[in-house]
Design a protein around this ligand. Sequence first.
Ligand SMILES: CC[C@@H](C(=O)O)C(=O)SCCNC(=O)CCNC(=O)[C@H](O)C(C)(C)COP(=O)(O)OP(=O)(O)OC[C@H]1O[C@@H](n2cnc3c(N)ncnc32)[C@H](O)[C@@H]1OP(=O)(O)O
Length: 311
Amino acid sequence: MVLCALRQQVLRCSSHCRTWARLPQRQRSGCVYSSIHGFNQDEIKEKLQAFHGGSIDLLKQDSGIAVLTINNPSRMNAFSGSMMVDLEERVSQLENWPEGKGLIVQGAAETFCSGSDLNAVRAISNQQDGMKMCMFMQNSLTRLLRLPLISVALVEGRALGGGAELTTACDFRLMAAGSVIQFVHKHMGLVPGWGGAARLVHLVGSQNALKLLGGAVKVDPELGVNIGLVDGVLEGHQNAEGAAPLLQQAENWLSRYTKGPAPVIQAVKKVVLSGRELPLSEALRTEKDIFGTVWGAPANLEALASKSKHK
Ligand SMILES: CC[C@@H](C(=O)O)C(=O)SCCNC(=O)CCNC(=O)[C@H](O)C(C)(C)COP(=O)(O)OP(=O)(O)OC[C@H]1O[C@@H](n2cnc3c(N)ncnc32)[C@H](O)[C@@H]1OP(=O)(O)O
């Protein structure tokens, strides 16, 4: 049932978006948890809203590349409860963006994100609330990774705890010189709960994941690239002389994968997503259906008419 739901999620195309948007959240198949798992999204949202501060800002650009900014600089961009709710809303907006092709996730004020806001964590440190927050964030980050957009985390400064987990909910990671990704959970007497461990194993393999989590290792750009966690290293800081601003560098990096019409780029992401998440037979059937959405579509007909050569 879960696989079938994921297949539907992967398949849905722009024309389905309006119908999709009308569905209650729990019926959206991108989620891991719904009422059948005892998860009540409205209840946890109300609780999280009480811990306010900061925001998650979304800028959709005409280029089809959106920028999502984790914005709580006085707490090193830690996630307050209201920011967790904000994130879920921004992901919904991105799910309903037919023109979208790419997404950059960054932190405000030259640092990425220091994880959960420890003030909120202390206030909901009982087991039940912790589980609810964990399910809520797993749902949001799973939907973020499953967006039909090619996403990249732009890591400047520190990505700690939940911030490190957030980087794994993007397709790619770029690190600025001097930045650090660190799964500090062990030092907090915890393990990742936002899906970061499962995604990390997929990205770097279980041996490396065990080292990073077991040792709360500080991953610098060089180590990140060596173990396959990081896809590129950006020069200097935002204001470093001679270097383009980091966001511009990240946009340039991403644009080589997002050049072209949105339906084609979205289809690219969907076939990779199905290959990544579904068993082979299911992935093959999904690929066939996605192929059907681009075959004979305007971009395909234009390319055929122009007799393009791939020299
Ligand atoms: C569920 C748990 C897990 C998860 O979600 O998966 C987590 O994420 S738990 C949180 C893990 N993160 C941390 O433990 C970070 C703790 N903070 C630090 O290590 C340091 O603050 C820093 C991030 C390395 C920055 O150090 P520094 O440059 O020296 O600045 P300050 O320490 O002075 O920080 C400035 C300001 O920001 C506040 N801050 C930083 N992180 C958090 C946070 N996660 N929650 C709440 N507040 C945070 C810090 O307390 C300072 O505030 P003031 O003291 O009021 O100036």
